[in-house]
Design a protein around this ligand. Structure first.
Ligand code: ADP
Length: 260
């Protein structure tokens, strides 16, 4: 898949405004994310990053806005979109196994009334193998570690075979091995031409992980090619005084030699 300028964007947002209790948390968002990129959404706590993803997926209502996924409204493209929610927003005590969670990713394809069969079970097991969770297939999700739970959710997104993936802080609270495993899988999806959109909080890894970036703080501070967006003046605009807490500014910049 191509990422050249005139190709149809994977995600196109126009004039999106969202508020909670009359307080706008996203204001007049306007951007296009090209197809086939690994895109990061970065900004301070409360910037509206999760709300942005939820509003795109129709999980929170918007006051205004027009959102298209590969040129059509989300409702018409639901099956082409995969979503990995923030781990903390999931009820992990729900009595179900890792394998069941992954098979839920197939319901969009099957429809709610057709039960998954042997083929779906095999696909779900393959996805669990891809995230290194084969041995935990029959384990209750409540008995998995945070990183393992995150891998299971990633496997659920994988079986969907979506074209656009949204992941809300998939690396939060996972160990370094799991973070590497997650990023490897996301890169593989990107290399297959899929669009991977990730809410991310660790500025130190932004330059290695993402090729497209949205810097958000209620409004779009900057959006586009990651190298052009990830600059100290943009970060200052997004983070304000908090930027002083983010450590050595130079180390946040793109080292010219870094291979992503
Ligand atoms: P981020 O993901 O960037 O940390 P969020 O999208 O979670 O930001 O939140 C943006 C703002 O909206 C914050 O001020 C937050 O307190 C508020 N907010 C988020 N969810 C709700 C909700 N369900 N009801 C009311 N306010 C909310």
């Amino acid at each position: 898949m191509t990422t050249t300028g005139n190709a149809e964007p994977a995600l196109s947002i126009k004039n999106l405004t969202v508020s909670y209790h009359n307080q706008p948390v996203l204001w007049d968002i306007e951007l296009d994310i090209p197809a086939g990129v690994m895109a990061g959404i970065v900004g301070p706590n409360g910037a509206g990053k999760s709300t942005l993803i939820k509003s795109l997926l129709g999980l929170v209502p918007s006051l205004s806005g027009d959102v298209k996924v590969h040129g059509k409204p989300y409702a018409a493209q639901r099956k082409r979109v995969g979503y990995v929610p923030q781990r903390s927003s999931v009820d992990w005590d729900f009595p179900t196994t890792a394998l069941d969670v992954v098979m839920m990713g197939l319901y969009g394809r099957l429809g709610w009334f057709r039960r998954p069969g042997r083929r779906e079970r095999r696909e779900a097991l393959e996805a669990l193998a891809m995230v290194g969770m084969t041995d935990f297939a029959e384990r209750q999700i409540s008995q998995l570690s945070g990183g393992q739970q995150q891998r299971v959710f990633l496997a659920r997104a994988l079986v969907q075979q979506a074209d656009v993936y949204f992941l809300d802080e998939p690396m939060a609270g996972v160990d370094a091995t799991t973070e590497r495993a997650i990023i490897d899988i996301l890169r593989r999806l990107r290399d297959q031409g899929k669009t991977v959109i990730v809410v991310h909080h660790d500025l130190q890894t932004v330059s290695t992980y993402f090729d497209w970036l949205l810097l958000l703080n209620v409004r779009v501070i900057a959006a586009g090619n990651a190298k052009e967006v990830f600059k100290i003046d943009h970060l200052r605009q997004a983070y304000g005084g908090q930027i002083a807490l983010l450590g050595d500014h130079d180390s946040l910049m793109f080292p010219a030699s870094k291979v992503t």
